[in-house]
Write a protein of this length. Structure first.
Length: 421
């Protein structure tokens, strides 16, 4: 009996999942596997908000698999060691996994490929799973990536994206023994709880994770708000963005399916939203080609950053005295999320007004953002700081002008700063 392992990483869904579909197509039985990666915990990337969303998402994925006759197998430890152990235990010939763009993800793939090959097993990496267009699929002549968004977007719009895959009707699962896994944690309930993944307080307004909630939000978004997205996505008071980014980050929603459904909707709102999906792919292809951009200036400007601890603390706590900046930072603390316009103006204030290092702001965002994504977070911060891909590195977003333009009635500020100001 042929067995394959479907290793879930940033693709926690059953709809339009190339990893799961390929594993099912190749073998009579599969092992849907998720490894709670202790390596990520050591990097500090595992934080309470994302841990809570991850726990929700794993529970929802397990429910979806059980409805199809399967279940999610969860292990804790080193991803390579635990995956190889499960593959050996079940006699799996191949492991399927979604391709990643970060240095950590690429190294994980390389280690896993070598370890499986040493045991005469194979690894198949599926690129169009985390992004709509794989990071290396579009390159300019003589270069390894696009450094400017506009020419990338022109090519991206014409790219032939793969078709949307249906959710499988059945997921027959290979037996996985619970004994003999000395270095693995076998969860008694089968699934980890948020506090075991990253202990600590969670933002009170954090959204519920999982594919089911993501698909409900998508249906609601397509049914109405998308039509006005082009006009309202920067309007802070309108709260008119999709709020789908956490579901994309964890792969609860497929970027390919999302692109397909938004394009089918059509209209100015759809076109504006498609452009945002392209920005997401753009940042992933930059990071894939320049992994150092997660920590180092993509385009060094030799800036002399200031580090005033009290100013930085006031920015973090929403006490700068600039109401729109403070409102946005209060929203971040309460919801673990902010709309794109708020992210840009708070980043501009920290880097251009306070002259603080973009890494300070990017790190704080990653402590709280439920959609905290290395590619998008770090490269958006660099874009605003003038060290990234922006062709206008001296761009400054004046917080007073931003407030007049995007919160003219002060509704957003009053929502998050109820005290007099």
């Amino acid at each position: 009996m042929r067995v394959s392992v479907a290793l879930f990483t940033a693709d926690l869904r059953v709809h339009d999942n190339p990893v799961l579909r390929a594993a099912l197509r190749e073998a009579e039985r599969v092992v849907p596997l998720f490894v709670v990666d202790t390596g990520i915990s050591r990097t500090g990337f595992a934080v309470p908000n994302r841990a809570a969303f991850l726990a929700d998402s794993l529970a929802d994925l397990d429910t979806a698999l059980r409805a199809r006759g399967g279940r999610l197998v969860v292990r804790t430890g080193d991803v390579v060691e635990e995956t190889c152990r499960v593959a050996a235990e079940t006699g799996a010939g191949t492991v399927h996994v979604a391709g990643g763009a970060s240095r950590y993800a690429v190294r994980r793939e390389d280690r896993l490929r070598a370890a499986l090959a040493a045991d005469r097993r194979g690894l198949r990496v599926h690129d169009a799973s985390v992004t709509a267009v794989p990071p290396g699929a579009l390159v300019p002549a003589g270069k390894d990536h696009f450094a400017v968004f506009t020419p990338y977007f022109r090519r991206w719009e014409g790219f032939s994206v793969r078709g949307v895959l249906p959710a499988p009707a059945r997921v027959p699962v290979a037996e996985v023994r619970l004994a003999g896994l000395r270095s693995a944690e076998v969860h008694s309930a089968g699934l980890p709880r948020a506090e075991s993944l990253a202990p600590g307080p969670v933002s009170p307004g954090l959204p519920v994770g999982g594919e089911s909630d993501g698909r409900r939000r998508l249906r609601s978004w397509l049914a109405g708000p998308l039509a006005r997205y082009a006009d309202l996505h920067d309007d802070l008071a309108a709260d008119a963005t999709s709020r789908l980014s956490p579901y994309l980050h964890f792969g609860c929603l497929s970027p390919v399916e999302l692109l397909d459904r938004v394009r089918a909707h059509g209209g100015p709102g759809a076109h504006a939203f498609v452009r945002q999906l392209a920005w997401r792919d753009f940042h992933h292809q930059v990071l894939a080609a320049r992994p150092d951009a997660a920590r180092h200036d993509y385009r060094p400007r030799h800036d002399r950053w200031r580090r005033n601890a009290e100013e930085i603390r006031a920015w973090q706590e929403g006490r700068t005295g600039y109401p729109v900046v403070d409102a946005a930072m209060r929203q971040l603390r309460y919801e673990g999320w902010m709309p794109g316009r708020a992210r840009l103006l708070t980043a501009s204030f920290l880097t251009k007004t306070l002259c603080a290092d973009w890494r300070v702001g990017a790190g704080y965002f990653l402590e709280l953002l439920v959609d905290g994504d290395i590619a998008n977070n770090q490269l958006n911060w660099q874009w605003m700081a003038g060290t990234g891909t922006d062709t206008r590195p001296n761009r400054v977003l004046n917080p007073l002008v931003q407030a007049r333009r995007f919160d003219p009635g002060g509704e957003y500020v009053r929502r998050w700063l109820p005290e007099p100001h």
